[in-house]
Design a protein around this ligand. Sequence first.
Ligand code: SF4
Length: 328
Amino acid sequence: MTAMPANLSGLDLRAEIERLRKERNAVILAHYYQRPELQDIADFVGDSLELSRKAAETDADVIAFCGVKFMAETAKILSPEKIVVLPDMEAGCSLEDSCPPEKFAAFRAAHPDHIALTYINCSTEVKALSDIIVTSSSAETILQQIPADQKIIFGPDRHLGGYLSRKFGREMLLWPGVCIVHEAFSETELLKLKAQHPTAPIAAHPECPPHIVDHADYVGSTSGILNYAKTVEADTLIVATEPHIIHQMQLAIPNKTFIGAPGADGNCNCNICPYMALNTMEKLYIALRDLEPRVEIDEQLRLDAKRSLDRMLDMASGTVGKGDLGSR
Ligand code: SF4
């Protein structure tokens, strides 16, 4: 974790970050699951696919990535000539942790007639072992381009893979990883909440287990859920994904009410992503000031991982929104 100097308390962090952003010719990218103050200072806020595209297109010299490590690594894979900093290098992901490259390689070797369709929430090494990367906003479009008789391994999120498999009637070998945040939603508490707000639709991310997704009126990526919030007629929406996305909903549609779906005791913070929460304004300031911690990737590994990412960008091309997982 980044060491935190004791003398930051007198600083106007927002002004300092603005100054450094100009001095460094930096772009600040933030995921929807980041703290509101990081979303507010970012040049661009988006989901994994949108942020990948921004990272590939930017002409900035420095990318300050407010997200988790696999996202910052994706930015470096796509923009190797840029300096990519992540405010806290400990910002990992339970899905990445669930899929060690050596075990994934052995699984692939045991199923040589399968291609590996892999969720972007994985390490650079696993991307290098994969054929095509998907995000939750591109998975449906990409899956539909794969011939029906092609056997598929889907990893590391078994809930997203299971959702796609059920929706398209397509058998896939599923890696047994889960997101600890989406796994924490409680069906019992969700139904109690729904009883209190019977006209409020439920929007869920496909990383949620089936007992949550089955109650949803809309299933989609973070950007898909945000679009749904803007267009659905209801004035109250129940949101079953990491609750920091509600900040963008409140900014875009201030007259609607958004209620985060509850965790096990109905009142816990267990669906706030502990990895995303590691990034702070203080750490972003230090990252821009010191240009550390910096993402570095071995060049051969980067090229190997880029192949599967490039396939994603090609196959998802022109389909953001339209190619989302969509309404059920
Ligand atoms: S919300 Fe889940 S999938 Fe996203 S970074 Fe956190 S642990 Fe990983």
